[in-house]
Design a protein around this ligand. Structure first.
Ligand code: GDP
Ligand code: MG
Length: 170
């Protein structure tokens, strides 16, 4: 098998960190500063016979009222194109937070026919792990996700499980 997986989410949720973790190298710039990556970054992961091309896709979070600014329009269109031909989408959010930008990303995924996997990142920073289960249920109700996987991209927790979910959908 061989296929494409897009990694989407608002700035700062950990898209680049996840890319680097999956690919085992620093291919994608990570920063505390939002929007460090304006271009798509791709990397190939080979696992036995299976190959997956991961695409770090910035610019999905731009809300409709801001879409007219030239740079925003450019990023938004690039993000839209990237989603047309993927086999699988990994939608990342930051633990138990939900913002307007997360909502904007989710709305951009409405017409995506590829399976969407929800990755709940930064669970290492959750004070109360008991929050997670009810949260997964509430956010899981926002869309019919192919799978929901809590991860820590920074520490690598559960990232292999996430990769398994992606690989099984190529
Ligand atoms: P992006 O804008 O979505 O590409 O986000 P980045 O990958 O650049 O990460 C934004 C910030 O969140 C950086 O400071 C990362 O080190 C941090 N970060 C990413 N993943 C995790 C995680 O699993 N746990 C913690 N504690 N921090 C993370
Ligand atoms: Mg990034």
């Amino acid at each position: 098998t061989c296929g494409f997986a897009a990694i989407v989410g608002r700035p700062n949720v950990g898209k680049s960190t996840l890319m680097n973790r999956i690919l085992g190298q620093k291919v994608s710039i990570t920063s505390r500063r939002p929007q460090t990556t304006r271009h798509q970054v791709m990397g190939i992961k080979t696992e036995g016979q299976a190959q997956c091309i991961y695409v770090d896709t910035p610019g999905m979070h731009i809300m409709s009222r801001d879409r007219n600014k030239a740079i925003n329009r450019f990023m938004n269109q690039a993000a839209g194109r990237a989603l047309r031909d993927v086999d699988c989408v990994v939608f990342i959010i930051d633990r138990t937070r939900w913002s307007d930008e997360d909502q904007a990303v989710l709305e951009r995924l409405e017409n995506v026919t590829a399976p969407v996997i929800l990755a709940v990142n930064k669970v290492d920073r959750l004070q109360d792990k008991g929050e997670l289960l009810p949260w997964l249920e509430s956010v899981g109700a926002r869309r019919d996700f192919a799978a929901i996987v809590p991860i820590s991209a920074k520490h690598g927790t559960n990232v292999e499980a996430l990769e398994g979910e992606v690989m099984s959908r190529l």
